[in-house]
Write a protein that binds this ligand. Sequence first.
Ligand code: GDP
Length: 329
Amino acid sequence: MKKALITGVTGQDGSYLAELLLQKGYKVYGLRRRTSTPNYENVEAFKHEIEWISGDLTDLSSLIEAIQVSKADEVYNLGAQSFVEASWPQPLLTGQITALGVTHILEAVRIARPQAKFYQASSSEMFGKVVETPQKESTPFYPRSPYGVSKVYGHWITVNYRESFDLFASSGILFNHESPRRGIEFVSRKVTDGVARIKLGLQKELRMGNLDAKRDWGFAGDFVKAMWLMLQQDTADDYVIATGELHTVRELLETAFSHVDLNYEDHVVIDPKFIRPAEVDLLLGDCSKAQEKLGWRQEVSFQEMIRIMVEADLQRVEWAMKSRLIPVV
Ligand code: GDP
């Protein structure tokens, strides 16, 4: 039986990846960061199938221990401070986890289990103020936030460990990917949750930032398949994973509001609080390398994904209202 260790397993991607690996018959070990208020929402349905190991990306000895205990064949590093906006008020924390955390886990692999295959969750945010469009593996990076800068470090240290120590270390440069399990602060979930609340009469307006930002939004459930495929190859490499389709935040709003027969213009208010100190205007990926070498394909379209997310938020908000978890105004 193959064994995998996942950091960030309770997050959106970690939960979809754990589900995929469990379906494939893996023994899945999840690194769990001790907190006084643990959140297992994304993994609730299968949390008893995961072997939990306590550890932290800022604590090398706990990572070495996790790798020794799990005897992992595959290590997926999905743990991070992953919200771009939060990386300005917390730049050092972001660097310690999202950047140096990668060296910690790579060191643990190098010391305790150098034969393991390693996946690093790199990000399209590394392209930032893009120098060419669409962006591919060879496109130079120009990060625009402490988060983006930290991800560039994580990417290059992964490449460096591959070249220095001959580790099987691959890096997936994933463009934005969303789902009903996405954190509520990201624009997709903020919009679909807002649409549900407005439709159910809980609020009237939705306060937003830059509606002209353009992104290449895919479905997280599709993207974790690419992570797994990268570690099934004979050699380690870096791959862009994207849909190749561009949409503005405004189009995202139109799609989500029109699904419940509402007009976003009646509800959206621009709030300067959500305008970022430095913006990434456009991200559009070219994933032809992943298509050719991994045989990876996107399955869920942008429209279908937004529909799934709005429906999931309608159900969740309705349930919370019935259970009186949300006061009805
Ligand atoms: P990111 O690409 O990793 O930063 O993912 P986000 O989902 O946080 O943001 C995507 C884009 O939506 C960025 O260009 C944001 O500036 C833009 N955006 C506009 N309004 C909002 C908002 O209210 N919240 C968030 N999170 N992003 C917003």
